[in-house]
Design a binder for this molecule. Structure first.
Ligand code: NI
Ligand code: MN
Length: 228
């Protein structure tokens, strides 16, 4: 499965012949100046929550690609008012089978609002089953013990977890979360973008390694092949 990093918490995933895009935030990101947002492909845009560092490029990418936007009911309603019509509303605990695979929306312990102050429902994350693999994209979240429930239903091949602290889990919490979700391959997100969340990469790698886990810190613009 091909995973491309566009910075912060924005990833593109090519699976089952479709392009999935998570949390489009590129143009305001100083670290992603070399990424042309107008070249990012998307058949589906999955949104974890409404905060600007996850939605800044949402409208432009949705309008250009006509991708199906998968988001909470509240964001769905807000997008409708912006003239977006290709959407699928979800809420925590619900699942839906799309043509690329199955998505379950997972609760996240975080807040959520849109740039204009509109309440955006609960923050969330997703477990996605596609292309013979299963992964968890937690979105912005604190560590919460109900992450263990994911393992009741899913065997994860890899997971995207925030590691930048201040607004989300830090490296230590992400290591604990990896245990909760029984997943050894973690792609880090939500770090370095701005001053509050800068991290020491070498130290983060060392801590994950000594916990028997693999931490992947991708370069912005890099594409990797993730295998089970
Ligand atoms: Ni947030
Ligand atoms: Mn965020």
């Amino acid at each position: 499965m091909k995973v491309t990093y566009y910075g912060h918490s924005c990833f593109g995933i090519e699976a089952a012949g479709k392009q999935l895009l998570f949390d489009p935030f590129v143009t305001p990101n100083e670290l992603a100046k070399h990424i042309d947002v107008n070249q990012i492909p998307a058949d589906f845009i999955l949104l974890s929550h409404g905060h600007e560092d996850h939605t800044a490029d949402l409208l432009s990418v949705a309008r250009r690609t006509n991708a199906t936007v998968v988001a909470t009911w509240e964001i769905y309603v807000w997008l409708g008012k912006q003239g977006i019509t290709n959407m699928h509303p979800m809420n925590a605990g619900g699942s839906w089978t799309f043509d690329f695979g199955k998505v379950k929306m997972i609760y996240a312990h975080h807040s959520s609002s849109l740039a204009d102050g509109t309440y955006a429902g609960s923050a969330g994350g997703f477990v996605v089953e596609t292309g013979g693999m299963t992964f968890y994209y937690s979105g912005d979240t604190a560590l919460f013990s109900d992450m263990t429930l994911i393992t009741e239903r899913f065997k994860l091949d890899f997971a995207f977890l925030p590691i930048g602290s201040n607004f989300t889990m830090d490296v230590e919490d992400a290591i604990t979360a990896s245990g909760y979700i029984k997943c050894k391959k973690i792609i880090g997100m939500h770090y370095d973008t701005f001053g509050f969340i800068k991290i020491d990469h070498a130290e983060a790698m060392r801590k994950f390694k000594s916990a028997g886990l693999e931490l992947i810190l991708m370069d912005i613009g890099q594409t990797i092949d993730v295998n089970g």
